[in-house]
Design a protein around this ligand. Structure first.
Ligand code: PBG
Length: 339
């Protein structure tokens, strides 16, 4: 026994702590060994903006690293994504023409059907999900058909059904209605089944908040509403019980997967939904969340990789099976660097 100083001799004996959580935090190997959550590439869905015309990808100024790709470019982009380890993509079309109803959204030769066919040919294993909405195709920029200044629900559901059928006919695996119309999942399911596409899955944007974080996306898509806002159909961020009702309705209408968005402001909803619903849960880390992190990283305020990995781990920990994120290719690159 080493000699103890007089002061130490007077002090009470140190307590023995039975539990020391730091034991398993001592090294990276130990931390990785007991980590509860993984953000594997198979969990990530990469959004792609597809535009009409040809030429090179057009950068989206507010979203560094994101571009609007002409359909022609997808034959090279899709196999590249696959080689990088990306397993699924979510397609957004920029309309060739806009009218009051958004009819270009359901044209069989529209940008999204053409993109689906191009990706299918070039990268047959990629899971293809498509956004089903009208806002990039309507002159007024709202997600549906207007009547007296308000979006008419049932007429819009009818149009969304046509869009879903056009996407399914081109070969989409999953269609994702994002217009936040009541009954849109049942409407799509009926339209798909009626057209012979019973095998096409529906990913419901169930809890889509009227959010300030969609701004960069609307710049990319040219889909900002010309007048008013989307609060008449998208969800109020203050409501959680209503979010559960949205998800329960979509599940009852036959949704194959349920989505919440924006992800970062919905972690509580993911956790609750995880307890209630057996369906795969998807979280969308939206354009504003991406742009904020990129901007903060560019200013040296946060370290990009660490900050992004932290948000993705938190979204997975909250209960998401899949995460739609514009960072998917960055994550793929970081995973390669580790190997
Ligand atoms: C279409 C749609 C939007 C987003 C996904 N689908 C825009 C909106 O509702 O205004 C937002 C995605 C993002 O911000 O990354 N309705």
């Amino acid at each position: 026994m080493p000699a103890r100083s007089a002061a130490a001799a007077r002090a009470p004996a140190p307590r023995t702590l039975p539990v020391r959580l730091r034991r398993l935090r001592r090294s990276r190997a130990l931390r990785d060994w007991v980590a509860e959550t993984d953000v594997g590439l198979r969990r990530l869905v990469y959004p792609i903006f597809v535009r009409p015309g040809s030429g090179s990808p057009e950068p989206v100024p507010s979203m560094p690293g994101v571009a609007r790709h002409p359909v022609r470019a997808l034959a090279t982009l899709a196999p590249r994504l696959e080689a990088e380890g990306i397993r699924s993509v979510l397609l957004f079309g920029v309309g060739r023409t806009k009218d009051d109803e958004g009819s270009d959204a359901w044209a069989p030769d529209g940008v999204v059907p053409e993109a689906i066919r191009a990706i299918r040919r070039a990268a047959p294993e990629l899971v293809i999900v498509t956004d089903v909405c009208l806002c990039a195709y309507t002159r007024h920029g709202h997600c549906g058909v207007l009547h007296d200044g308000a979006v008419e629900n049932d007429a819009t559901v009818d149009r969304l059904g046509r869009v879903a059928v056009a996407h399914a006919a081109a070969g989409a695996d999953v269609v994702a209605p994002s217009a936040m119309m009541d009954g849109q999942v049942a409407g799509l399911r009926d339209a798909l089944d009626g057209a012979g596409f019973a095998s096409t899955a529906v990913l419901a944007y169930s809890t889509k908040h009227a959010s300030a974080f969609y701004g960069p996306f609307r710049e990319a898509e040219g889909s900002a509403p010309a007048t008013g806002d989307r609060r008449g159909y998208q969800m109020d961020v203050r409501n959680a019980r209503e979010a559960i009702r949205e998800m329960a309705l979509d599940a009852a209408e036959g949704a194959d997967l349920l989505m919440v968005k924006p992800a970062g402001t919905s972690l509580d909803l993911l956790a609750r939904a995880r307890e209630i619903f057996p369906q795969p849960l998807v979280a969308y880390q939206v354009s504003g969340e991406y742009a904020m992190l990129k901007a903060a990283a560019a200013q040296g305020v946060v370290e990009e990789r660490a900050a992004v990995e932290e948000t993705l781990a938190a979204i997975r920990r909250a209960g998401a099976d899949l995460i739609v994120t514009y960072f998917a290719r960055d994550v793929a690159r970081w995973r390669r660097e580790v190997a």
